[in-house]
Ligand binder design. Structure first.
Ligand code: AMP
Ligand code: MN
Ligand code: MN
Ligand code: MN
Length: 283
């Protein structure tokens, strides 16, 4: 059993990278990939745990891009953490995130919820501030009763206090990941669009833009979704990956390697992913 998608406190999770490596070991995973948003900041500490654990520790990240007017998440699996160009590109993304955060503070003040970036920073163990930290700050200041309410009323994707980041195009995201030696994979496609969405065409379009895999196993999928996306990947000749999207206390109910319950990502997927990394897609 493997888990190729999780977050530490270097992005919007709550566990240290060291803690995540130990959790993966306790869960008896064969391999575990850390995929913090827009950063490889947790990777050195994560990889430093390798001598102490049996689980194979792998490098990844999760980027956001703009597709059909909405945010599409892309995993960059097996990227090279020593690639200076990729590190610089991630830094640029974090700069865009910082701009967005400053604008979101201004927008929330206009909506009668004045919080400061320092309030938000007080709820994060990392300089990378995301909306989970905004939600905690809004709750601490009493503008919402609890953090989930902040997403419902203020900072969820369709809410008045949300300011989108300047996102990559899918083609840019896949090029950045490939340039860094990684495999670009569409994260949790089932979360991007509801039932009835024409995935066949959309995913083929993404594939033409360089996507090589999709997340067919996911911590929050229903059995039918897993079946659908695994079959879709087979039809399109894309690799299948899978993971819990564990965020620690910021996303309660998910466990590393287990998701919300019966998640079981087969070991063989990693072998196919590594073959894909080496050979790429011949067209
Ligand atoms: P950001 O990258 O700053 O836009 O924040 C995105 C993060 O906020 C996601 O990775 C989730 O962890 C969290 N998030 C987004 N929407 C929701 C929601 N509706 N409920 C709870 N958490 C959410
Ligand atoms: Mn997240
Ligand atoms: Mn995601
Ligand atoms: Mn994620």
């Amino acid at each position: 059993m493997i888990d190729l998608h999780c977050h530490s406190l270097h992005s919007d999770g709550t566990d240290t990278p060291e803690g995540i490596a130990l959790l993966g070991d306790e869960a008896r995973l064969t391999a575990l990939c850390l995929t913090d948003h827009d950063t490889l900041g947790g990777i050195p500490a994560f990889l430093a745990m390798q001598p102490e654990v049996a689980v194979r520790l792998l490098v990844g990240t999760e980027l956001s891009c703009r597709f059909l007017g909405r945010s599409l998440h892309v995993l960059g699996l097996l990227v090279d953490p020593a690639n200076a160009q990729f590190q610089a590109r991630l830094e640029e993304l974090r700069g865009r995130r910082g701009d967005r955060n400053r604008r979101m503070v201004a927008r929330l003040a206009e909506l009668g919820c004045p919080i400061t970036l320092e309030d938000v920073q007080a709820h994060a163990n990392t300089p990378l501030l995301s909306r989970v930290h905004f939600a905690l700050a809004l709750a601490a200041r009493g503008f919402v009763r609890r953090a989930p309410e902040a997403f419902e009323r203020l900072i969820g994707d369709d809410c008045p206090g949300f300011v989108p980041r300047e996102e990559l195009s899918p083609a840019e995201a896949t090029r950045w990941i490939r340039d860094a030696g990684g495999v670009p994979v569409v994260a949790h496609p089932g979360r991007f669009a509801g039932g009835g969405f024409r995935w066949e065409e959309a995913m083929a379009d993404l594939q033409r833009q360089g996507m090589e895999g999709l997340e067919g196993y996911y911590g929050e999928y229903r059995a039918a979704e897993q079946k659908y996306f695994v079959a879709l990947a087979a039809r399109l000749g894309m690799v299948v990956t899978g993971g819990s999207d564990y965020h620690g206390a910021h996303k309660p109910g998910l466990r590393l390697g287990r998701g919300a319950g019966g998640l079981k990502v087969p070991d063989e997927l990693l072998e196919r992913l590594e073959t894909q990394q080496r050979l790429g897609t011949y067209r």
